[in-house]
Design a protein around this ligand. Sequence first.
Ligand SMILES: *[C@@H]1O[C@H](CO)[C@@H](O)[C@H](O)[C@H]1NC(C)=O
Ligand SMILES: *[C@@H]1O[C@H](CO)[C@@H](O)[C@H](O)[C@H]1NC(C)=O
Ligand SMILES: *[C@@H]1O[C@H](CO)[C@@H](O)[C@H](O)[C@H]1NC(C)=O
Ligand SMILES: *[C@@H]1O[C@H](CO)[C@@H](O)[C@H](O)[C@H]1NC(C)=O
Ligand SMILES: *[C@@H]1O[C@H](CO)[C@@H](O)[C@H](O)[C@H]1NC(C)=O
Ligand SMILES: *[C@@H]1O[C@H](CO)[C@@H](O)[C@H](O)[C@H]1NC(C)=O
Ligand SMILES: CC(=O)N[C@H]1CO[C@H](CO)[C@@H](O)[C@@H]1O
Length: 499
Amino acid sequence: MIAMAAVLRLVFLFLLCCVGLTRSLPRFLHGRPRGGMVGAPRRQTDGPLPPDQWLEQKLDHFNDADLRTWKQRYFVNDTFYKPGGPVFLMIGGEGTANPIWMVEGTWIVMAQRLGALCLMLEHRFYGESHPTPDLSVENLSFLNSEQALADLAHFRQFMAMKMNLTTNKCISFGGSYPGSLSAWYRLKYPHLVDGAVATSAPVLAQLDFTGYVSVVRDSLATTQHGSECNKNIQLATAQVEQFLMHMVGWSVISKSFKLCNPLNGSNPNDVSNFFESIAGNFFGVVQYNKDNRKFEGAIGTDITIDTLCDIMVNASIGKEIDRYAAVNSLLLKTYGEKCLDVSYDTMIKDMREISWKSSASEGGRQWVYQTCTEFGFFQTSDGKDQPFGQHFPLSYSLQMCSDIYGKQFNKSTLSQGIARTNTNYGGMGIRATKVIFPNGSIDPWHYLGITKDISDEEQAVYIHGTAHCANMYPKLPSDPPELVQARDTIFKTVEEWIQ
Ligand SMILES: *[C@@H]1O[C@H](CO)[C@@H](O)[C@H](O)[C@H]1NC(C)=O
Ligand SMILES: *[C@@H]1O[C@H](CO)[C@@H](O)[C@H](O)[C@H]1NC(C)=O
Ligand SMILES: *[C@@H]1O[C@H](CO)[C@@H](O)[C@H](O)[C@H]1NC(C)=O
Ligand SMILES: *[C@@H]1O[C@H](CO)[C@@H](O)[C@H](O)[C@H]1NC(C)=O
Ligand SMILES: *[C@@H]1O[C@H](CO)[C@@H](O)[C@H](O)[C@H]1NC(C)=O
Ligand SMILES: *[C@@H]1O[C@H](CO)[C@@H](O)[C@H](O)[C@H]1NC(C)=O
Ligand SMILES: CC(=O)N[C@H]1CO[C@H](CO)[C@@H](O)[C@@H]1O
């Protein structure tokens, strides 16, 4: 369970913009914190949340001969809706759809001002939306972004019938992976959605996402300590490498980094997992730095990159490696974890669980599957000029794919999948009108996102100093002017689209 947290810490860090996690909250794997990349905002009001509602969906939208169906979960907030007004659709992502989004967040404020009906659809295979009896590899073949977009299309038609919305304008919203879905929905179904807000959306699938770690490095350099922070991480990494050369060192590391089991320094997978986990401490905080996401157990609750860099430069804590360990202890404490599990075998064993009752089913198994088939997005250590060492290379991520899902999930099949994704959606060259791409300057994911206007109708909104999905969260008095401005630009753009 905790080992999986480590995997999830990385995969998950990726996507948690829009749909929060409601169950246990360990950290992230391949960019996705467990539960999804977009945590829900903290509740600011009382009162009941909208109830679960369900619609019937086809298991396979692309095979007319397959008539199997399943029940997908959605939520409605019609409090602000004025008949004939716009329909706002929040797209669920790689985690449980959290109904707090139905009452909080920037889109709700916009809905109030524009008389919009708010809908949110949970992504297939996440949360309570279970298309298949389990998460076997066979069943997971129905999990991909194209099926998810077709679910959205059918949902739009279903709601149009149910609530007489045939002629209403529709705007889609999403952050992180759902941000990409938002842009792709407009691209593929322009007759069903009149405009798309695609926050922190990685629209380019990429196998070896070395840019992630570079943005982490650059973000860490923006604190008051400048390059000192990265320099000390680099020294800490070198000190860890020294300790790894002998068995006495393994036990020192096991103790200072609070590992659940003594580190086996001659097991390369455990070593990779260890390095990825302690680097992941920084990834998670950078990704969600000052994102206004205030919810229990959230990454970055009160911990920002300044907190981490303050520790890394504080000589009274000890040597650089001790400060690196202090960062680790702080994050373990923040998440209520007793120890750091870096056993690769335990992690793989957990990730192989196919039951909907397993902890892997909270999204880890599904999201990693999507990265191993459609997207890549592996946040590897293959970039040269970065302080975290070279111990979690692409081959490590690829091995994880094969070990979890089977030998056929190898580099060549994934490379083909990624090429197909980019051919299908256009990658950075996406040609869709009426899409707005807000992204934060220090969000590592902006690297795969649209950061310059492509055309008058494909606008980028740059938000200096914020991280993943900040513009989706409720306003705070402390918001930087760029963030306030970004929200305003997004509002005006949406207002134009629905006229
Ligand atoms: C459906 O909506 C249209 C346009 O908003 C309206 O004119 C019509 O009266 C509505 N029909 C019903 C049955 O409510
Ligand atoms: C819709 O959101 C508003 C604002 O948070 C809230 O007051 C209202 O109760 C919500 N309505 C429903 C039906 O959940
Ligand atoms: C799901 O996988 C199980 C085996 O784990 C298989 O029996 C079943 O037919 C699969 N269902 C679908 C819809 O593919
Ligand atoms: C450490 O890992 C190596 C390589 O996987 C393995 O051969 C060895 O048995 C392990 N040692 C212990 C004590 O688990
Ligand atoms: C440095 O760390 C020590 C020991 O943890 C702490 O008491 C002190 O406040 C820290 N100094 C700064 C400037 O943060
Ligand atoms: C990858 O898997 C595919 C499908 O099983 C197989 O055809 C191919 O030979 C494998 N490639 C490598 C390099 O192992
Ligand atoms: C759309 C957007 O926000 N673009 C910004 C994303 O981040 C990069 C990197 O800082 C900026 O250069 C873009 O302007």
